[in-house]
Write a new protein. Structure first.
Length: 257
């Protein structure tokens, strides 16, 4: 149902079964796919594409212009996948030409109240951003990561798959996959063991990751030597260890330790 007080540009594309609540504003060039539910007082700006069966709560701002001093009104986009939950006062911004022109959000993510995704971020699937978690521009968050409340992440950082960042943390370096990180100047505190067990990782995999963690982050070796040592060990045949090594070797900002 579309409430009669909603303001919808005739050039917007609205799919079947979409609900739009009172006083929401949908601009031209917006595409909203089937069965998405939009609450009252939501604004969805031009260039925003929203997938199927998303839930957007009151006062969310979706697809607003990027907070970038070099932005001159170019046509850029925000692409949101299916089954995302976007709670009240969430802000998701379009991309910039300099950053590739689009912000991309995958499927089944949960954005809690007041969380913010800035321009040109690449958000994977089944990620949780807790209340007031904030991403600067050009950040990559891999699948199943969890960002705690009031966490601020610096531009161009990456957060690896199944990583967990504790609340009230400041992140200026890449967070490796499978790790638990926390602190005002974020540090690693071992594996995200609870999260990995909940995700049904095998005991064999957990043991391999723990051993890799000890070699890389707690052995006292240089990062280069530690990576070589892991590569010589039988644990390097574990897919998750390989992914951890690849993430570290391709870091541009440096790795939190």
């Amino acid at each position: 149902m579309i409430h009669p007080t909603a303001v919808i540009d005739p050039r917007a594309e609205i799919g079947e079964g979409v609900d739009i609540g009172p006083y929401s504003v949908i601009e031209e060039g917006v595409l909203i796919d089937q069965e998405t539910k939009i609450g009252p007082h939501v604004i969805i700006r031009e260039g925003t594409h929203i997938g199927k069966r998303c839930q957007i709560f009151q006062f969310a701002s979706i697809g607003e212009a990027p907070q970038f001093s070099g932005y001159k009104g170019e046509k850029t986009s925000l692409q949101i996948g299916d089954q995302n939950i976007i709670r009240e006062f969430v802000t998701l911004h379009r991309g910039t030409v300099k950053g590739g022109g689009k912000t991309v959000i995958g499927n089944k993510n949960f954005f809690m109240a007041y969380s913010h995704v800035a321009h040109d971020c690449q958000i994977g699937n089944e990620i949780i951003m807790s209340n007031a978690a904030t991403l600067a521009g050009h950040i990559v968050i891999e699948d199943w990561a969890i960002i705690g409340g009031i966490v601020a992440i610096h531009q161009f950082c990456r957060v690896g798959t199944h990583a967990f960042i504790g609340g009230v943390s400041g992140v200026t370096l890449d967070i490796p996959p499978y790790m638990l990180a926390s602190g005002s100047h974020v540090k690693l505190f071992g594996l995200n063991t609870v999260g990995l067990k909940r995700a049904n990782f095998s005991e064999e995999t957990l043991k391999a990751l723990k051993k890799a963690y000890r070699f890389i982050f707690r052995s006292g070796l240089t990062l280069e030597k530690a990576i070589k040592r892991v590569g010589e060990d039988e644990i390097s045949r574990t897919q998750e260890v390989q992914r951890l090594l690849y993430f570290i070797q391709h870091s541009k900002r440096g790795i939190a330790r």
